[in-house]
Design a protein around this ligand. Sequence first.
Ligand SMILES: [Mg+2]
Length: 391
Amino acid sequence: MTKIKSIRTRVWNWTGPTVPPQGNFCTNASDALWDKGDAMASFRFHQWLTCEVEAEDGTIGIGNAALAPTVVKKAIDDWYAPLVIGEDPFDYAYIWEKMYRRTHAWGRKGIGMTAISAIDIAIWDLMGKLVNKPVFKLLGGRTKEKIPVYYSKLYADSIPAMQKEAELAQKHGYQAYKSRFGYGPKDGMSGMRENLKRVEALREVLGYDVDLMLECYMGWNVDYTKRMLPKLEKFEPRWLEEPVIAEDVNGYAELNAMGIVPISGGEHEFGLIGCTDLLRKGAVSVLQYDTNRVGGITAAQKINAVAEAFQVPVIPHAGQMHNYHLTMANANCPISEYFPVFDVEVGNELFYYIFKGDAEAVDGYLQLDDDTPGLGIEITEEHIANFEVIE
Ligand SMILES: [Mg+2]
């Protein structure tokens, strides 16, 4: 039996070139404030946390977190690492409960749960490496030959620019695409028309034989969404994502109950109980927890079971290997979100610059290797000149 010897956390702060996003490229929760400053500052994140859990025999499991990395690092270093060091990694469920219960007063949502997630993902990677099996094999094995993915980009831009991006993406064989709305309540009727024109323009290029998902990133409210849903219906969106802020669960439920367009969400929800509440209230027709926030792979597997019982499909937020392994091992996870490899823009792309081994989509699918142990990623120093690394 090998025990956990140490935990190393590093914040990777991107200092390299970034593509500046155009105005109105995605609505977000700060829009309601009529901010005069940079309202998108809450959307862009150019930092990432890596969390390496090392066993006594020198094997290292890798976890990560994208939410408030410098604060999550502090939480791990000061609070969670001492709870985990000395434990047997195969006692993962016990370790999870220990982290969760010892910090329950402040840790069960937000920063605390993100820290738990990073450590838990690293422990699963470590277990896989110790028994020489990919994580999806530890989770029950392959439920699909390969994983269909949806192209997740298409930020709001000029109509010709969005149509061009959709045309280029189409050449790669995707069967599903997600686009972002650029306008919300503060933009009034003219903004509504701008939103609708872009959905229509995308359907013009993509046709109706592929799925089109629409993302609000919490930038709308219930009233605005109620007015938009009937106007969107004719474009047959697969879902409308996070129309309102994450905490307005009743708002989600009300919109979903309208039955016009399926409502999706959950990427800013935490834990088994939080996600179960979304399901029980009928708040989402598609659940999109983010494994590196929701409580890691240990929590995600429990949530998958509950969602399956509710017959609500789970499509984890973001690309990344921890999500793909869960998707591979669960029949109720039909497809994965996929951020195509691009220059650094909003920050979704950063993990391609920190890790190597992330699966890349080919003809609209990605594959996991049966023989690569753990999650299959390594930290690469290839782009280190473009990072300030805080240890
Ligand atoms: Mg989203």
